[in-house]
Design a binder for this molecule. Structure first.
Ligand code: ATP
Ligand code: PRP
Length: 305
């Protein structure tokens, strides 16, 4: 059994949605309660914490595993095992960025155009210092505790800040000068918990459930009926992963299934109809998807066809 730290704030709602989709539904006696359960025998308790504190809490062993922003894993330098990265954020199924931003009318085109002594406000002083060290610009980094954009122009000339949709930067007449780091949500584990064989197996099981629930809705299952004699036209148009269904389809027909990224489904379907004479295609949403290449492992040679 493991204890799980979950993020409050921006990541709270999408994380709870993901856990529910992974059949790890979190229940609490009240919406603002910080403790709960995850409806799975492998999780003994759930505790909500600020995302910036989760890496340190997990490193210290108060919780065995946690979900939190990769920005805070990097910023704190906490000694945790990063088990997986899931690219979702407050409002999208993609990650977010920590960026260097300056006022719209600032003349700089790149970070190198910033003068030595530039004042930079940020919630990420360690990340910002490392970024400026690599860039060769001597910046004065000011630790901000939020509402960072407000520090310009009185307290700072630039910010190192989270951007997702870009709306906050636009509303404060700022623009992105450079990306400091791309971020997603990290599943992190305490190193001792990870070193224990039984606990590691439990963490892997939970990681697989989360990854499957994350990946499923981003993909579609296509079931395709083709005239056998159009096979040569169809093959190059199929999704990268496909297999033949030995269904005893009507003579002269072949039935296939394939999985593709959701945004590609419409294109695959229309090209198979228009260029390969497909006579029926069914697109099915996917609730959960486990696939070796999505888990970061190299695809097995014998995985499909
Ligand atoms: N669109 C987003 N906006 C802000 N944070 C996001 C977004 N997407 C993901 N995150 C993650 O959530 C963290 C912010 O968490 P939270 O909403 O609790 O804000 P906070 O700044 O830590 O606290 P507070 O809102 O109380 O100042 C970010 O540091 C980042 O790791
Ligand atoms: O690109 P966007 O979609 O606008 O999202 C990014 C904004 O959201 C966060 O602010 P938050 O609401 O956490 O307030 P804070 O700055 O006080 O932490 C972050 O600090 C940015 O300001």
């Amino acid at each position: 059994m493991v204890s799980l730290a979950l993020p409050t704030g921006s990541l709270e709602a999408p994380t709870l949605e993901l856990l529910a989709a992974a059949d790890l539904p979190v229940s609490r006696h009240a919406p603002r309660a910080y403790r709960g359960t995850a409806g799975h025998p492998a999780v003994d308790r759930v505790v909500f914490h600020k995302p910036r504190e989760i890496p340190v809490i997990v490193a210290g062993g108060t919780c065995d595993i946690g979900l939190t922003g990769a920005d805070w894993v990097a910023e704190t330098g906490a000694k945790v095992e990063v088990v997986d990265t899931l690219d979702y954020s407050k409002s999208t199924r993609s990650g977010w960025r920590v960026v260097l931003a300056v006022p719209e009318d600032h003349p700089a085109r790149t970070v190198a155009d910033l003068a030595d002594g530039v004042r930079v406000a940020t919630e990420y002083p360690a990340m910002a210092r490392e970024y400026f060290r690599r860039s060769g610009v001597r910046a004065t980094v000011l630790h901000s505790h939020g509402s960072t954009e407000a520090k310009i122009p009185d307290l700072a000339d630039a910010v190192v800040e989270v951007v997702e949709t870009g709306s906050s930067l636009r509303q404060n007449d700022l623009r992105v000068l450079d990306t400091v780091r791309r971020c997603g949500v990290n599943l992190v584990a305490n190193p001792s918990a990870w070193a224990d064989r039984t606990t590691r197996a439990t963490i892997r099981t939970l990681s697989t459930l989360l990854r499957a629930a994350y990946a499923g809705p981003l993909h579609r299952l296509l079931t395709i009926v083709l005239p056998t004699d159009r096979w040569a036209h169809a093959e190059p148009l199929l999704p990268a992963r496909w297999w033949r269904l030995d269904t005893g389809a009507a003579p002269g027909l072949v039935v296939l299934q394939g999985v593709c990224a959701a945004p590609e489904a419409a294109g695959v379907m229309t090209s198979l109809v228009e260029r390969a004479g497909a006579i029926e295609i069914v697109e099915t949403p996917i609730r959960r998807l486990v696939r070796d290449d999505l888990a970061g492992a190299p695809p097995r040679r014998d995985a499909t066809h």
